[in-house]
Design a protein around this ligand. Structure first.
Ligand code: RIB
Ligand code: CA
Length: 312
């Protein structure tokens, strides 16, 4: 079986970290590179965290790049209140020894798509879409070469988590999201409608800790830290593991259900900046541009995640 080639674009972030570990634990996937973007915390930290995650599982062979340090047209909004000052609070990891690749993350995305056959590379954005949009703007020729964009972002029935209307990744850089959603590339969206159905809980977190491995301990510690914000905000027993849904979708799409619909990005609304206006009920004649996931088998998701993390 030939492994599916992916680029992970990320703003680690504890949930990004779990997603990266899930990808690295899965032989079905070949991670061509990890491109950091400003999001949960500023770029120097997301680029540092990405390398720490790779070193945690001995993958110093991986190429890690720094991408864009701010949104296309707005000031950066970060989320230390959710992820902690480091962006990866929950467990103390040593500073990375591996170097950042000297190439800019956007140039890596462009070069990789040009070098591989059309339809060979899948983009997996886990943060604001600034790097992806910048690559598409600089090199529109790569757009038809993208196999698929499978991203975490947006919301419809779940509405917003950073404002009443918008999910964080889209809110931070709505102009970038608008470029991506209008690009014509095949898009699968893992929105809050899906990720809010994969909540952590004590048993699931203790199962990671019971693995008795450093990766298992890290995943348990990250989710312990990460969940306190959502539990306080939503009054739920646990927190949604957003970004691992992207990788789980690649591995087991049968765990997910959605509709191919039109999704527009609000870039002008006074109260609705960053809203994903998803035509779930088909009330417009706007062309479908995304597979919008609305449901997930949570037990199947956690069984997959636990089994894979145990391999590290
Ligand atoms: O809204 C959730 C998303 O914002 C996740 O990707 C999380 O890591 C943050 O980036
Ligand atoms: Ca993220």
């Amino acid at each position: 079986m030939t492994a599916r080639k992916i680029i992970i674009d990320t703003d680690p972030g504890q949930d990004d970290a779990v997603a990266i570990l899930l990808a690295l634990a899965s032989p079905e996937l070949e991670v061509l590179g990890i491109t950091a973007v400003a999001g949960n915390v500023p770029l120097p930290l997301t680029a540092k965290n990405a390398r720490m995650i790779c070193e945690l599982v001995g993958r110093t062979d991986l190429r890690v790049f720094a991408g864009c340090d701010r949104p296309l047209a707005r000031d950066l909004v970060t989320a230390e209140n959710v992820h902690g000052k480091s962006g990866l609070d929950g467990i103390a990891l040593p500073d990375p020894q591996m170097s950042l690749d000297p190439q800019h993350g956007v140039d890596f995305i462009i070069e990789t798509l040009r070098e591989h056959p059309e339809g060979a590379v899948t983009l997996c954005p886990l943060g604001p879409l600034t790097n992806i949009a910048t690559a598409f703007q600089r090199a529109p020729d790569i757009i038809p070469r993208v196999a698929e964009i499978v991203l975490m972002g947006g919301a419809y029935f779940e509405v917003g988590n950073v404002t009443p209307a918008a999910e964080f990744n889209i809110y931070v850089d709505p102009e970038a999201a608008d470029i991506v959603f209008k690009s014509g590339a095949p898009i699968v969206v893992l929105p809050l409608d899906a990720t809010h159905k994969v909540l952590t809980n004590r048993a699931r977190i203790e199962a990671f800790r019971a693995l008795g491995t450093r990766p298992g301990h890290a995943v348990a510690s990250w989710t312990d830290f990460f969940e306190r914000y959502d539990m306080a905000k939503y009054g739920t027993e646990g927190a949604p593991l957003h970004d691992p849904c992207v990788i789980a979708y690649l591995l087991r799409p049968d765990l997910f259900k959605g509709r191919h619909i039109n999704v527009e990005i609000e870039t002008e609304g006074r109260f609705t900046r960053g809203m994903t206006v998803a035509d779930w009920w088909g009330v417009t004649d706007r062309a479908a541009n995304a597979m919008f996931i609305g449901d997930v088998d949570a037990a199947g998701f956690y069984a997959l995640l636990s089994e894979r993390i145990a391999r590290l």
